[in-house]
Design a protein around this ligand. Structure first.
Ligand SMILES: *Cc1c(COP(=O)(O)O)cnc(C)c1O
Length: 342
């Protein structure tokens, strides 16, 4: 029986159109700035987000860490949410690579607000770290794929401007945020000085992210990318898939959101707990504690039914919908959930 893989949208495989584009990609040495396909991708990403420039990077982690390297530095502090990917899932990169320390702020729904941010901004004093950056995650992964709205981001940008601080957006799933709100991605990106977006998640490209921002920001990030070993050569081969991703894979994310909605409603009808208000994009979080079991056990039972899901803490299970999960597979998963948790 086929596997229904709900662990992550990163498991999506490149589409036939992507493989064809990769096969045909015009390439050159990107170290010399001579790969036309990479340039096309970077330009397209900048255009779509309303930024001056883009930089093709190896991963979302690299994009986020480059942003911290440019915006923040030794003896400074980055305000982020306590369950943010940049804080908890990037191998302590902030401290290791930049000498900046994170200032994690707890937000119940993963979303920072001016009320949460302002008290975290340090007074300028000789003996305290200087606040250098505000980082937001849109959509927020561990909060269950919730998105920031433009007004929410505008309010954050306003505080940031008041204190002359840049805002970086971890937009790993920014297109999910845009599609769910039926707005262009630029309407979200405009409130961030820099943003990274993953091509390799719901958009199905095999590898890579694009970091966008001002031309000057990207110039500095390009230097640091080289430092991290992310300077690549005939990398148009993979950038070609990224172009197909940005041009053709964005609007279909609404199917993933509809599937997550169905799955979320099914979970809510079982003994499991889920907060349907947080099922806004392609992620469903389920608390399995009412079954008297832990997430690991539940994931194992799902596995026995050929369904894969991720453990997210002791009692929380994450299910992510994506291109490679069909409507039939969602119906099958719903049937199994009813059977094992109904
Ligand atoms: C996936 C993800 C990233 C980047 O992940 P990579 O595996 O390094 O591409 C960054 N932030 C969030 C919120 C993510 O979900």
């Amino acid at each position: 029986m086929e596997i229904v893989d709900l662990r992550s949208d990163t498991v999506t495989k490149p589409t036939a159109a992507m493989r064809q584009a990769m096969f045909e990609a015009e390439v050159g040495d990107d170290g010399y700035g001579e790969d036309p396909t990479v340039q096309e991708l970077e330009k397209l990403a900048a255009q779509m987000t309303g930024k001056e420039a883009g930089l093709f990077v190896t991963s979302g982690t690299q994009g986020n860490q480059l942003a911290v390297m440019v915006h923040a530095g030794k003896c400074s502090e980055v305000i982020c949410e306590a369950t943010a990917h940049m804080f908890g899932s990037e191998t302590g990169g902030m401290a290791a690579l930049t000498g900046a320390q994170p200032y994690p702020v707890i937000a119940p729904d993963g979303k920072l607000t001016p009320e949460l941010i302002e008290p975290a901004i340090r007074k300028k004093k000789m003996n305290v770290p200087s606040t250098s950056l505000i980082a937001v995650e849109n959509t927020h992964n561990s909060a269950g794929g919730v998105y920031y709205t433009p007004p929410e981001l505008a309010a954050i940008k306003e505080v940031a401007t008041q204190y002359a601080l840049p805002v970086h957006m971890d937009g790993a799933r920014i297109f999910n945020a845009a599609v769910a709100q039926n707005i262009p991605v630029a309407d979200l990106a405009r409130y961030a000085d820099s943003m990274q977006m993953c091509l390799s998640k719901g958009l199905c490209a095999p590898v890579g992210s694009v970091l966008v921002g001002s031309a000057d920001f990207i110039r500095q990030a390009r230097r640091y990318r080289r430092l991290l070993g992310g300077g690549m050569r005939q990398v148009g081969i993979i950038a070609a898939a990224g172009i197909v991703a940005l041009k053709t894979m964005v609007s279909r994310l609404s199917e993933d959101h509809a599937h997550a909605r169905l799955l979320g409603e099914a979970v809510a009808a079982t003994k499991l707990n889920t907060d349907l208000a947080k099922v806004q994009t392609n992620i469903v979080m389920a608390d399995v504690s009412p079954l008297g079991m832990q997430a690991a056990q539940f994931v194992e039972i799902l596995r026995e039914h050929n369904i894969r899901a991720s453990e997210y803490g002791k009692y929380k299970v994450r299910m992510v919908t994506h291109h490679d999960v069909s409507a039939d597979q969602i119906q099958y998963a719903i049937k199994v959930l009813k059977k094992i948790a109904g």
